[in-house]
Design a protein around this ligand. Structure first.
Ligand SMILES: [Zn+2]
Ligand SMILES: [Zn+2]
Length: 634
């Protein structure tokens, strides 16, 4: 055993160490998890701070027996309860698609990591890996499973067996992926980029226990790569829009009919944005109620039906007839007429569909909570953060742009049993532009959870792959949605690990780029439709501002160039694809106008090469000549 591992064992008795296998010999941190009782947060231990059993400082730069890279399986040995994995068989006593998928994924990745092909059990043996509910379950396993909710999962080593089980079949699939990631060292960065860490030995001791239920009932993101069902399952995402998980990738939270902006379709009224049906017209009510019933009878595995307002722009209101306005005035918000309507629908369907929720938006003009009216128990309020600033955390007291949203979520969290969020994580002006919100994502997801939010939808670029950080953002969002209680350090460890795995050896330049753009954006407030002058704000005269911005984008471009140079052939395309954001940013600085046709051409070629679409319908042209000039060329 290498000396540094002995050192940790001496100090942290009864704690299991899982080698990160990163391969460098400099002092670094490794993940340690408690094996006793309840699952605890991952603790980061700086190896350089640990004193060895003979009282001396550990020699962290001592030559290893062999380098942490070698041909063949990356994990040299996997022991479960002290027994080599080759002694184990897999027990799965169900033919359900999701459980068979869980079993097959375990066999596939254990083989890829260790070279050992696990056999499927044909009779009881002392060393088994049990998938889902089996007749091998011990009291401890049953007790742990009984605590699980929201597709929660458990990895338990008890009496010579390893149990991978969950709140439901989906949770069991998640238990397999948790084991593969947290214990075996598999990493699922994107639908196409995976990695298995090098390790001299992985040990899962008898008594090991990981039991976790996410706080979010509905975890969803609209980043394109997560529509791939196999990847969504690995990311533990259970939203249904654009995903077909039927091939055994677990369950999703299904909606009957439209996901959002459904009222015009239910009422048979105009779908033009800003046109909202009258919510006190008895004929509208009867029509919507009949349509809701029809939908729910047709989609009997749906958990939610949306009765939500049509899309709208700032300043627009719902129906302003005398009856609607009266309800709105009484409640101090246009949510008065909408929630009265939605509560009535919810009440009228609850006997026939007792497990179904009626979802409505608190969006734009309806964002403010009513004075006295409360959502019924089977109503979901989905509060939308479209007006917010995303360069500062939502609860940053120094950011006036988010003050009203904080008041609104506070009010809703007090009266709403089922509070969901529709959040925005991309630049809607132009998806390929930088949107430096990676620093606030951590705070914002936790902020939602702290306000009793149980459903989260992180909207991104769902139209095509990302030329910005879509893949990174999807990964971090998924990690946060599963475990928002992680430390900030852990969040940045996930970020760095992704950068290294996805962008290769020059990843540190990309981290520097993220830190620089995040800090620059935080000097101002950024909304989702803001142009680059606001995303990278500078002060002074226009000439000075532009000169500074040009200089800044040159510095940033140099970081991408260095990252590209250091990446190997496997990682270069990922660097090139994400570097489109800085080309895009530099295009829209005035001094680049003269050279923009070539740059624009280059950007266009890259978008074509990586199958990234522009989607003009999502572009709103602001009042700046630069944008109009450039956008019109598409
Ligand atoms: Zn009306
Ligand atoms: Zn702000």
């Amino acid at each position: 055993m290498p000396k540094r591992i002995q050192a940790i064992s001496a100090v942290l008795a009864a704690i299991t160490v899982f080698l990160c296998g990163c391969g460098d010999n400099t002092p670094h941190t490794t993940d340690v998890q408690s094996t006793a009782g309840e699952t605890t947060d991952v603790i980061s231990v700086d190896i350089s701070q640990i004193v060895t059993d003979d009282g001396t400082e550990p020699v962290t730069d001592a030559p290893e027996e062999e380098p942490l890279y070698w041909e063949g399986p990356h994990v040299k040995s996997l022991k479960i309860g002290g027994v080599d994995v080759s002694e184990f068989t897999v027990v799965c006593q169900s033919s359900a698609k999701t459980l068979k998928k869980a079993r097959d994924e375990l066999i596939k990745y254990v083989e890829a990591a260790t070279g050992v092909t696990l056999k499927i059990s044909d009779g009881e043996s002392a060393h088994e890996i049990c998938i889902g509910e089996t007749d091998r379950d011990t009291d401890r396993v049953r007790a742990a499973r009984d605590t699980l909710v929201n597709n929660g999962c458990a990895v338990i080593c008890d009496g010579g067996r390893l149990y991978l089980t969950g709140a439901d079949q989906t949770g069991t699939l998640y238990a397999v992926y948790t084991f593969l990631e947290e214990q075996l060292g598999c990493r699922f960065y994107t639908s196409k980029v995976e990695e298995i860490k090098f390790s001299r030995g992985v040990e899962v001791p008898d008594g090991f226990e990981y039991v976790h239920s996410p706080k979010l009932f509905n975890r969803d993101t609209f980043w394109y790569d997560t529509f791939e069902p196999a990847f969504a399952a690995k990311m533990k995402i259970n939203g249904y829009v654009n995903r077909n998980m039927d091939a055994g990738y677990g369950s999703t939270i299904k909606y009957a009919g439209h996901f959002v902006h459904s009222l015009p379709y239910l009422a048979g009224t105009s779908t033009t944005p800003n046109d909202q049906p009258c919510l006190t017209d008895p004929a509208v009510y009867e029509k919507v109620l009949a349509q809701v019933r029809r939908l729910l009878r047709g989609y009997n595995d749906s958990k939610i039906v949306s009765v939500s307002q049509n899309d709208s722009f700032p300043g627009a209101l719902g129906c302003q007839c005398e009856n609607c306005k009266k309800l709105d005035d009484e409640q101090g918000t246009p949510m008065g007429s909408l929630l009265t309507f939605v509560n009535r629908i919810a009440n009228d369907i609850k006997d026939e569909f007792p497990d179904v929720y009626v979802d409505t938006l608190a969006y734009r003009y309806t964002r403010k909570a009513p004075k006295t009216l409360k959502p019924a128990d089977n109503v979901i309020i989905r509060l939308c953060s479209i007006e917010c600033c995303f360069s500062h955390p939502l609860d940053d007291p120094e950011c006036p742009a988010n003050k009203e949203f904080c008041e609104d979520i506070e009010a809703w969290s007090k009266i709403c049993k089922n509070l969901f969020i529709w959040d925005y994580t991309t630049n809607f002006m132009y998806y390929v532009n930088p949107f430096p919100n990676l620093g606030v994502l951590y705070d914002n997801v936790r902020f939602f959870i702290n306000h009793n939010v149980i459903g989260l939808y992180e909207q991104g670029n769902g139209q095509s792959y990302s030329g910005e950080f879509g893949e990174l953002r999807a990964y971090l969002i998924a990690k946060l949605m599963w475990d928002p209680d992680m430390t900030r350090e852990r969040y940045y460890e996930y970020m760095d690990e992704f950068l290294k795995g996805y962008y290769g050896d020059g990843w540190r330049y990309i981290r520097e780029y993220i830190d620089k753009t995040t800090a620059k954006a935080a000097e101002g407030h950024i909304g989702i439709y803001d142009p680059i002058d606001k995303i990278m704000p500078f002060t002074g005269t226009q000439i000075k501002r532009t000169a500074a911005r040009v200089e800044f984008t040159k510095e940033l471009q140099a970081l991408w160039d260095k990252a590209y140079e250091e990446a190997d052939d496997e990682h270069k395309p990922n660097v090139e694809k994400s570097s489109m954001q800085i080309i895009s940013a530099s295009l829209y600085t005035r001094w680049y106008k003269a050279s923009s046709p070539e740059k624009l051409q280059h950007l266009h070629e890259l978008m074509k090469k990586y199958n990234i679409t522009f989607h003009r319908e999502n572009v709103r042209v602001p009042d700046t000549v630069d944008y109009k000039t450039n956008i019109n060329q598409w």
